[in-house]
Each structure stands twice: as structure tokens, then as C-alpha cells.
Design a protein around this ligand. Structure first.
Ligand code: GLN
Length: 447
């Protein structure tokens, strides 16, 4: 803990942490030392973890990196925090992110930007950008983030780490500040697949507070890790041919495919005709869900209340106008439009139908192959300031991560050797629902 605390000070300018729980982390470490001596310590004893700023931890602020929740103090802990603490993890602080998880560069945060430790002129990715840098710069051992459409996988790729989003329904969302509830999943950013397996084992499993969870006992993912290859992998043909996929990513991916084939795996191109529709379907549905989820921030019940408000409606209007950032407002307005009676069928219903087709086609591919392989992102981390200029360009870069989110599948991003440059790159593997053990086994022994 002392080592990591020293690093959080040394690298404070990266802006990865919104708050460091120094005193508390040291006190817990002392207690856990005693438990270790007595032989009663839990599975995570000694694991120093950061949590994203949208995960509730009783008695601590959770702001979702928004001004509207700047002063919100959690009155209960999320299920994930309770489970981590029960196994003697040490939570070292809360990490910067895009406001309410909306973004892909950590540039939409009320707490300011985060810098990529590999190249400080570049973004770390998002929305769990601070979480990724907290691990990348050695300020903690592992990070707990959330992934709605790629928010742990994409920053992990930009920072050279392992980002893992389990199947929708694996980990309780109780106490996670909602963005788009039918997509949101807790995920991990670690340096290895083993740590991802261990954290999944601790955090997953049924919870009375989340009815979307699979009602089966969590598996012992960590102790069950074992070599399982060779395997059959489908790579989405269009993913390497599209405009916008940079040379570093394409060439590195092709080299990786050859390497996987040489190791005895079947790696074949498969066509996914809906690739152009995944980003529109994702954004229409998540904006609709976000506009509904964020209606609760009205200046009355939580957080920020405008001091300039007079009548009741002006409390709502002014608190929301002053409390939300630009990107959140854009999405709430678009989401409200999408759900409005005149346009509901044209946008929301259509996108739901598209989601169903994307799911079915993805499942079909996974009936024939063990995994789907794509790059995690079309390009390495962009320079700071790009997202602000053109949000649509940034939305389009989610093209490879949102497929698993629309289909609710488990997906992992692993570091991929960059044969044309020095910046970190990621490859993504997704699997059938609840096949995380296969995915983690393969990630550990083959990649
Ligand atoms: N970039 C995507 C978005 O802005 C994904 C974010 C996330 O997974 N939270 O919605």
C-alpha cells in the first residue's frame, strides 16, 4: 500500500484518481497483515484495487465524474465492493472517468482529462480511463470499471493491459450508477488473465438486488484455469478491410492471426453483414436508456442543486443545465427525442430489431467457432483533444467493442504486439454467453 501510495503522488499529474483513500487503505493493510499471520485472510488479501467513480462505496463520494453528483456520498456499498472487501481487497481510491460512463477518451469528465502513461500527449481511452492508468502507471494492482460499450476493453487496449467484460448477468449492478441498464456490466482492468479470473470469481454470482443475474453459484474461475487450445476462431473479415482501420492495427492483427494459426488454431475469415449497424443501434439504445436513467438527477434528490433556482421547475432546469456536462446533455436530449411518441417506432423500435438481428447473427457465428476475434479498436490511442472536436468520429471508433455489448457476450481485450509502431494495441476475443472460463483459459495460455 505504501508503495502504491507513493506512486499515486509521483504520478498525480496523470489525473487518474479523483480521490485516494490513503489513511483508510493503510489501516486496512495493517488489519489484513494480522489476518495473514493468523491464517484467516481472504482470497484477495494484499490486492490493492482502484474503483471507478461510478461504483458506490459506503461513506465515500461517488460522483460518476459529474458536477451533478460532486457532493453525493454513498449511503450503502455496491455488491461488488462488499464482495471485494469480504475477501480482504484494499480499495486505494476512486478513479476518474467519462461523465456517467459516456465517452471513449476520458475527456468528458468534470474532474478533467487523464493522460496516457505510455505517451502523455495521448488519451488513455474511456470511459474507464483513470482506472486503466491507475494500473498502467503502477498506482494499484487492478482496477474495477464498468463496460457499457467497451469502457474497460478500449482503455485497456490503449494502455497495454487486459480488459475483461463478462457476460451481461454475471456481476451485480446493484450500487453501480446506471448509464444504459441493458448494457452496463462491471469489468476489470488487470495485467493478466489470472487476475481477471480471480476478480470474476469473487464478484460474480446471484444477488437479491439484481434480478438480471444468472441464478447459479459462481464458478471457481481462477483455480480452474487450464490450457484448452487449440481452438477455432472466426475473425470478422470486414473488420480489417474497413476504412478507418489504421495500418498499425491491420498489420499487427494479420501477424497475430498467422501466429495463432501456426500454434495450431483454426482462424478463418467470416462475414458479418451487420457491422455498419452496430454503432447506430448501440447509440440509439444507450441514449434512450440514459435519458430515462438520468431523469432522477433533478436537483431535489441527489447532489447538485442550482443556487440560482426559484420556482420548482427552475430547480429542475437550472440544476440539470448547470450540473450536466455537454456530452451528457447531448445524449439526454437525443435519447428523449428517440423515445418521443412520434419517433419511437422509427428509432427505438427499429434499433431494438437491429439488436436482435445482431445478436442472432453473432450467436450463429459462435455456433460454428469457439471465439470471435477482432482488433479492440481501429487505431491506437489518439492525441488529447480529438474527441471534443468530433463526437461522431469517436462514436464510430467503438465499432468493435459494441457488438459484444449489444449481444450481452463476454469479451476480453489483450495486449497485441504492435509491429508497426510503439503504442499499445489490443486484440479482442468474445465467446458464447457464460463461457468465460474458456475465454480466460485461452487468454492465459495462448495469448
Ligand atoms: N464509448 C462508449 C460510449 O460512450 C462506451 C462507454 C462505456 O462502455 N461506458 O457509450
Amino acid at each position: 500500500v505504501k508503495h502504491y501510495l507513493q506512486r499515486t503522488e509521483q504520478y498525480a499529474h496523470l489525473n487518474a484518481f479523483v480521490e485516494v483513500f490513503a489513511g483508510e487503505a493503510l489501516a486496512r493493510a495493517a488489519k489484513i497483515d494480522k489476518k495473514l499471520k493468523a491464517g484467516t485472510a481472504g482470497k484477495l488479501a494484499g490486492m490493492v484495487i482502484s474503483i471507478k467513480d461510478n461504483i458506490l462505496y459506503k461513506g465515500h463520494t461517488a460522483s460518476a465524474s459529474s458536477k451533478i453528483l460532486e457532493t453525493y456520498n454513498a449511503i450503502y456499498s455496491s455488491t461488488v465492493v462488499e464482495r471485494l472487501l469480504a475477501e480482504d481487497a484494499i480499495i486505494i481510491g476512486r478513479c476518474n472517468c467519462d461523465e456517467f460512463g459516456m465517452g471513449a477518451a476520458n475527456e468528458n469528465s468534470a474532474h478533467g482529462r487523464v493522460k496516457n502513461f505510455a505517451d502523455e500527449s495521448r488519451v488513455p481511452g474511456g470511459s474507464s480511463g483513470g482506472s486503466a492508468v491507475s494500473v498502467q502507471a503502477g498506482m494499484c494492482h487492478a482496477a474495477i470499471g464498468t463496460d457499457t460499450g467497451g469502457s474497460v476493453r478500449q482503455p485497456a487496449a490503449f494502455c497495454g493491459l487486459v480488459g475483461f467484460k463478462p457476460t451481461y448477468g454475471s456481476i451485480s449492478r446493484h450500487g453501480i450508477i446506471a448509464y444504459a441498464s441493458s448494457f452496463d456490466q462491471v469489468g476489470t482492468i488487470t495485467r493478466s488473465a489470472e487476475d481477471a479470473a480471480l476478480l470474476l470469481e469473487v464478484m460474480s454470482g446471484p444477488d437479491n438486488y439484481d434480478s438480471t443475474l444468472k441464478q447459479a453459484k459462481p464458478l471457481a474461475y481462477f483455480s480452474a484455469l487450464k490450457p484448452n487450445g487449440p481452438k477455432s476462431l472466426a475473425y470478422i473479415k470486414e473488420s480489417l478491410e474497413r476504412e478507418g482501420v489504421g495500418e498499425q492495427v491491420r498489420e499487427s492483427m494479420l501477424a497475430k492471426i498467422k501466429e495463432l494459426q501456426a500454434a495450431g488454431n483454426i482462424v478463418e475469415p467470416v462475414s458479418f453483414e451487420y457491422l455498419d449497424y452496430v454503432v447506430p443501434a448501440y447509440y440509439i439504445l444507450t441514449m434512450a436508456e440514459a435519458s430515462s436513467n438520468l431523469a432522477r438527477y433533478d436537483g431535489v434528490r441527489y447532489g447538485y442543486r442550482s443556487p440560482n433556482a426559484t420556482a420548482l421547475t427552475s430547480v429542475y432546469k437550472k440544476s440539470r443545465s448547470e450540473g450536466f456536462g455537454k456530452e451528457v446533455k447531448r445524449r439526454v436530449m437525443l435519447g428523449t427525442f428517440i423515445l418521443s411518441s412520434g419517433y419511437y417506432d422509427a428509432y427505438y423500435t427499429k434499433a431494438q430489431k437491429m439488436r436482435r438481428l445482431i445478436m442472432q447473427k453473432t450467436d450463429e457465428i459462435l455456433n460454428d467457432y469457439d471465439f470471435i476475434l477482432t482488433p479492440t479498436t481501429p487505431e491506437p490511442a489518439p492525441k488529447i483533444g480529438r474527441e471534443e472536436k468530433d463526437p461522431v468520429v469517436s462514436y464510430l471508433e467503438d465499432i468493435f467493442t459494441v457488438q459484444a455489448s449489444l449481444a450481452g457476450l463476454p469479451a476480453i481485450s489483450l495486449p497485441m504486439n504492435n509491429i508497426k509502431g510503439t503504442l499499445p494495441l489490443g486484440l479482442q476475443l468474445s465467446a458464447k454467453r457464460y463461457n468465460e472460463q474458456e475465454l480466460l483459459n485461452f487468454a492465459k495460455y495462448f495469448l
